[in-house]
Design a protein around this ligand. Structure first.
Ligand code: ZN
Length: 341
């Protein structure tokens, strides 16, 4: 996707420059307001057309990559389920219809993949036009304009596209996993367990649902639940007792609980991003949920809980006035005012 974007850079610059030649008499800053506005409008129109083509190509790339991920996830799910249940089911190839259904019907935060691409496309158009305007205002030459365009205009779209790829490939994997389990192992499972990540980056919408088990036919949140969501479901099979065997379940193992430190990185082009580095990793019992882990941190490392929740939510959680679950509603985090803080 980044390659597609890089390739577009010269056509972006060419189109912006040819409009400048056509519409300006002198320097941009010396032109009357009306002519400047007309040029920027024309540039926006031209960028709309150009980026529409480019982002349509991105859509195809997401779909192809999604199809690959779906095959791999389906195959892996079949292997895992076979091992868990002692079966020898063969993985049946996920056909084009399944890929199309995923691509055309899956949503993240209520938007289809094409709608997300449209959003990123509009942001990219705005960024490119405003970068072009900055170059004209500053009277930059061709080379300096090209550099600025790479740093701000084109490079600025990379984090968004990277997030899109990550989020939607997760979506493809979930889709394939659920479809494979339901189609081939539906009779062997009793439900799905929601698994969030035990770390400081897990959001207040996902964290409290960690460990929650949904019945097989019960409505459950569709994953990914939000942009860059890392949650997953694992299929639940009947316990020994449910099968009539009087025996304890095998040890569920451990799961890692990770603490990060974060710092703001200032880039040379003036933009900033957040860099996370792993501070500590602790292996806790596999049965520990996010809620239980955070509760324990209140005793062991209150400063950590405070850094995750913020001061007010931390105090309410510590004093037992607020549960993690009550911090969000319908997929959004409640404002402090709504919490009665
Ligand atoms: Zn999540």
């Amino acid at each position: 996707m980044v390659e597609v974007l890089e390739k577009s850079r010269s056509s972006v610059l060419g189109k912006l420059a040819s409009l400048e030649d056509k519409m300006l008499k002198g320097e941009f800053v010396d032109e009357p307001q009306a002519r400047r506005a007309a040029l920027l409008r024309a540039q926006k129109g031209e960028m709309d057309r150009l980026l529409e083509e480019i982002y349509a190509e991105m859509g195809e790339k997401v779909k192809d990559a999604g199809a690959d991920v779906m095959q791999a996830a389906g195959k892996m799910t079949t292997a895992t389920m076979n091992t868990t249940l002692g079966l020898t089911t063969t993985f049946t190839h996920l056909d084009r219809a399944a890929v199309n259904a995923w691509f055309e019907m899956s949503t993240v935060d209520g938007l289809l993949v094409n709608e997300w691409l449209k959003k990123l496309e509009q942001t990219a158009v705005d960024r490119i036009v405003s970068t072009g305007r900055q170059a004209m205002v500053e009277g930059l030459g061709t080379q300096a304009t090209a550099r600025l365009m790479r740093q701000k205009g084109v490079q600025g779209s990379v984090p968004g596209l990277e997030g899109l790829a990550r989020t939607w490939l997760q979506s493809a994997a979930h889709y394939a996993k659920e479809k494979t389990v339901t189609d081939q192992f539906g009779d062997f499972i009793t439900g799905w367990e929601y698994v969030a990540t035990l770390d400081s980056r897990t959001c207040l919408i996902c964290g409290p649902d960690d460990g929650k088990v949904y019945e097989k036919d019960e409505q459950k949140p569709t994953l990914p639940r939000h942009w860059r969501c890392r949650c997953t479901y694992i299929p639940k099979s009947p316990t020994y007792r449910e099968l009539g065997v009087d025996m304890e379940e095998l040890n569920d193992g451990t799961r890692p609980a990770v603490k990060h430190s974060e710092r703001t990185v200032h880039h040379r082009d003036g933009s900033t991003s957040t860099a996370f580095s792993v501070e500590s990793v602790e292996h806790v019992s596999g049965k520990t949920t996010y809620q239980q882990w955070m509760k324990r941190q209140l005793e062991e490392d209150p400063a950590f809980v405070k850094s995750v929740l913020g001061k007010t939510r931390f105090e309410m959680f510590r004093d037992g006035r607020l549960t993690l679950k009550a911090m969000s509603t319908h997929g959004r985090i409640k404002r402090l005012a709504e919490l009665g803080a």
